[in-house]
Design a protein around this ligand. Structure first.
Ligand SMILES: *Cc1c(COP(=O)(O)O)cnc(C)c1O
Length: 392
């Protein structure tokens, strides 16, 4: 990879393509998994959350690598995402955290996906299918202990356990809940969620259930709340190196490396005079003779338009401010102070080059959001290229 960073003038690895791409560093992904696992503990199981195309990083390639590294389970949002993994050769168990929609039970089962179940209606329709085909179906029950989103209400755990004892087609193999504020150490909700979950587990055991999996923790839970590291943890953001804004600040944390970089190349350079403007609505007016580089990436690629006149890109290891409006396909940057800048130069939008770095967390902070939205927002027009695939 180092060589490609300094290779500023050669063509894109696929010279027939527009030179804008996202580099996915699977070595960093593997590093992050092992780094978190050493920190959190080896005695538990690890579910890698690869929903939303692995937070924009490419679900299948990330999942294949994580499977090779020994991850126990995968978590997706939808049946469609689970089917993609199965068709791509993922053999480990896959939890569909958003559940099966009514018409998807058969396809879910045909692909050996495990549903999260959070309503009695879901439970009974899966039970019905199990009875039809004469089998028992593994499900994980999701309880709402304070998130206020998906899940059976924790107060009803006793009643729900009683109802489920009647559904002989279901094997309740997991109980799960999800934290609302595990990144905030001042907030006492996490502690209450853990207590509520422990009570749920007790009630289910009293009714004779023996679930194999009890899981609460997301990334900030696993790293910052040791009490939530029960049988399994469900990790998303930390695997992709996005700890900066989803882990509590100032705590001891595992070392993480960013997995996604977004790069492009200078397509055109021009010098404009004092008083000339750049881009739609003339939001930038030059106060000196200014060298403008046009870069083929825009808001359709996921470069958010709110970065107009505030964001930066890196050229030859130096920061180049975004000037004028970001448009659908193009962005203009000021390279006046980078005199060697040339057409074809590598432009780093997210990532590092020669000691300068812009990470997804920096961009998120600028925009008042979190890094997940930035990496998820990089659109399909930007090809995901595994680092080794284009190493010159
Ligand atoms: C997305 C998700 C996770 C992963 O959260 P991170 O903060 O990215 O680790 C875990 N559990 C559930 C239910 C989720 O929806």
């Amino acid at each position: 990879m180092e060589t490609s960073h300094s290779d500023r003038t050669s063509a894109h690895p696929n010279p027939e393509n527009r030179p804008t791409w996202a580099e996915i560093d699977l070595e960093a992904l593997a590093f992050n998994y092992h780094s978190v696992r050493s920190f959190v503990g080896k005695g538990i199981r690890y579910l890698a959350v690869v929903k939303a195309d692995a937070y924009g990083h490419g679900a299948l390639k990330c999942a294949r690598r994580l499977q090779d590294e020994g991850v126990d389970w995968f978590g997706v949002a939808t049946v469609e995402e689970g089917v993609e993994l199965r068709q791509g050769g993922i053999s480990r168990p896959i939890l569909v955290m958003g559940g099966f929609w009514p018409g998807q039970i058969r396809i879910g089962l045909d692909n050996t996906l495990t549903p999260a179940v959070f309503t009695i209606e879901q439970a009974s329709s899966i039970d019905r299918v199990a009875n039809e085909i004469g089998t028992k179906i593994d499900v994980h029950l999701k309880f709402d202990t304070g998130m206020g989103r998906l899940g059976f209400p924790f107060e009803k755990a006793g009643e729900i356990a009683a109802e489920l004892t009647q559904m002989k087609g279901l094997k309740i193999d997991g109980l799960m809940t999800h934290f609302a504020s595990a990144d905030d150490l001042e907030c006492d909700l996490t502690g209450r969620q853990i207590e509520r979950f422990e009570l749920i587990v007790k009630l289910f055991r009293e009714k004779g259930f023996e679930p194999s999996y009890l899981d609460l923790a997301n990334s900030p839970g696993a790293v910052a709340h040791p009490a939530s590291r029960s049988g399994m943890v469900r990790l998303g953001g930390v695997l992709y190196g996005l700890g900066g804004d989803v882990l509590p600040q100032g705590i001891e944390a595992p070392e993480l490396r960013p997995v996604m970089s977004v790069r492009s190349r200078i397509a055109q350079l021009k010098t404009i005079r004092t008083g000339d403007s750049v881009g739609y609505s003339q939001t930038f007016v030059a106060t000196r003779e200014t060298r403008i580089a046009s870069v083929p990436i825009g808001y359709h690629d996921g470069l958010r338009r709110n970065l107009s006149n505030t964001g930066n890109m890196i050229v030859r290891g130096r920061s180049a401010p975004i000037v004028g409006r970001i448009s659908m396909d193009w962005t203009t940057i000021d390279v006046t102070d980078i005199c060697e800048a040339s057409v074809g130069d590598l432009v780093t939008v997210i990532g590092s080059d020669s000691g300068s770095e812009i990470n997804a967390e920096d961009i998120a902070r600028e925009l008042g959001t979190i890094s997940y939205e930035i990496t998820c927002g990089i659109r399909d027009r930007v090809p995901r290229i595994i680092s080794e695939e284009y190493r010159p």
